[in-house]
Design a protein around this ligand. Structure first.
Ligand SMILES: Nc1ncnc2c1ncn2[C@@H]1O[C@H](COP(=O)(O)OP(=O)(O)OP(=O)(O)O)[C@@H](O)[C@H]1O
Ligand SMILES: [Mg+2]
Length: 224
């Protein structure tokens, strides 16, 4: 086992440049999330929650600072190596889902098979079962024809199918009614518990947040 299993962020800063000036959008001196624990990230719109999730996922390289997963510094890897790490370790529910509209729910869920080394054929039945568990009983409907709540659930299924060790979910219940949101929360927490995954959830949903081991608040890019 690595000395520090889980996530360690240190001295993270992210800035954006525009109109000749540099604006800080994230400044996190330290954040430690132990393996197998869950954390909620809350905060007002524009406070940097999605940016922080993208930094953790290696989708966005910070200007400064380090992201360490299980003792290895992910933020130092090349883009290709980070992509490979992400495919092996991370399951991500994007805030805007990022489904391919012309593909069915099922094909969206199976899409990562090709580059993650899983057999599309072998994952078909588990994917259909997972979609059914999420209430998607017509898995062959095009994503474009699905309601936002159905798209959100398909995005959750895609993130969970390979039982990732690091689950990152950006407002995963934002498009769902209260009952469906509770069911999705149950499923996220149950899978994380069953697989020992580390769970990082951005949310405004107080019921979802109350199920996390702890909650931190972001305010203008800083941990409040
Ligand atoms: N690529 C970018 N270029 C310029 N500004 C950016 C960029 N990405 C993010 N920002 C800015 O950084 C801030 C934080 O954005 P972010 O999307 O992380 O917020 P958020 O907390 O997820 O908000 P929401 O709750 O609305 O999803 C915002 O002010 C946003 O405009
Ligand atoms: Mg966001």
């Amino acid at each position: 086992m690595p000395s520090d299993p889980g996530l360690r962020l240190a001295n993270i800063t992210v800035t954006v440049r525009g109109h000749g000036e540099t604006l800080p959008i994230l400044a996190i001196p330290a954040l430690a999330i132990d393996a197998g624990t869950s954390i909620g990230l809350a905060g007002p719109s524009g406070s940097g929650k999605t940016t922080l999730l993208h930094v953790i996922a290696g989708l966005l390289r910070p200007d400064h600072g380090t992201v360490v997963w299980d003792g290895s510094e992910v933020s130092r890897l090349s883009e290709a190596a980070r992509a490979s790490w992400r495919r092996r370790v991370v399951g991500m529910v994007f805030q805007d889902f990022l489904l391919v509209p012309e593909l069915s729910a099922l094909d969206n869920v199976l899409l990562p098979c090709g580059f993650s080394g899983f057999s599309n054929r072998a994952q078909r039945a588990p994917a259909i079962a997972l979609l059914a568990e999420l209430g998607i009983t017509a898995p062959r409907r095009r994503a474009a024809a699905m309601s936002r709540g159905e798209q959100q659930r398909a995005a959750i299924a895609r993130a969970l199918l390979f039982r990732p060790k690091l689950i990152l979910a950006d407002e995963p219940t934002a498009s769902l009614d209260a009952m469906t949101a509770t069911a999705m929360t149950d499923l996220l927490v149950a899978q994380a518990t069953a697989t020992g995954a580390t769970l990082v959830v951005v949310s405004h949903d107080t019921r979802l947040l109350s199920r996390m081991d702890r909650v931190v608040h972001l305010d203008r890019g800083r941990l409040a």
